[in-house]
Design a protein around this ligand. Structure first.
Ligand SMILES: Cc1cc2nc3c(=O)[nH]c(=O)nc-3n(C[C@H](O)[C@H](O)[C@H](O)COP(=O)(O)O)c2cc1C
Length: 205
């Protein structure tokens, strides 16, 4: 099968398969705060690490339904900071609850009954119970095209400037994904968590 993206008639499938094809994706669970101090939390699965030295992460956002930038993007561009909270299997439902569109300024922390902990170098809160938090300094927004008239997509890039790791997930000097089981996004309404790990040695040069 071959088709042009966006041409539903051509692929003939029940849903656009693109998000299922680029999967599994880690879920950026992004906390931010507005200039007037209102805390925000939302999942973004167009998320990944872009480099290691220095550590840089990026995530992609569309518009709010009805138009305009999503709250996370507004906050991050206003205040220059955000936090990525790793979603453990135990937190999957809470993560999903924080995807609701509530009015700008209302907090998803309160809405979903999550507690926020202070960060070390940045103002947004980090999610209590999340095993790992990446404190990030906003670097830039890359504007991306949108198929929707008047819409926009953006890629938000940030440098990781502080890392919190729960000691309970460190085993033998390594971060143990089998302990906290990070959740990833597949296509459709599907998710995955890690229950099996295998190692592969790099080929000798
Ligand atoms: C698992 C999951 C992944 C999501 N990934 C994205 C994404 O990559 N980009 C996006 O714009 N919205 C994504 N959403 C929807 C946002 O979380 C949702 O629009 C949210 O209300 C945005 O919140 P904010 O306006 O407080 O930033 C995702 C939702 C879920 C449940």
């Amino acid at each position: 099968m071959f088709f042009d993206p966006g041409s539903h008639k051509q692929h003939g499938l029940r849903h656009d398969p693109f998000k299922a094809i680029v999967s599994p994706r880690p879920i950026g669970w992004i906390s931010s705060v507005s200039a007037d101090g209102r805390h925000n939390l939302a999942p973004y699965s167009f998320f990944n690490a872009m480099s290691y030295g220095p550590p840089i992460v990026a995530f992609g956002a569309g518009n709010r339904p009805g138009g305009g930038k999503k709250d996370s993007i507004r906050n991050i561009e206003e205040t220059g900071e955000f936090v990525h909270n790793v979603v453990s299997y135990a937190l999957s439902d809470k993560m999903n609850e924080t995807s609701v569109h509530i009015p700008h300024g209302e907090s998803e922390f309160e809405h979903s009954g999550l507690e926020g902990l202070p960060c070390t170098k940045v103002k947004p809160l980090r999610v209590k119970g999340s095993p790992i938090h990446l404190e990030c300094r906003y670097m830039q927004t890359v504007d991306l095209p949108s198929w929707h008239e008047g819409g926009s997509n953006s890629m938000i890039i940030g440098e990781v400037i502080g890392i919190h790791i729960d000691e309970a997930v460190i085993k033998d000097g390594l971060v143990d994904v089998l302990t906290y089981q990070p959740v990833s996004r597949l296509g459709y309404f599907d998710y995955a968590h890690i229950t099996d790990v295998f190692a592969v040695a790099r080929p000798k040069e």
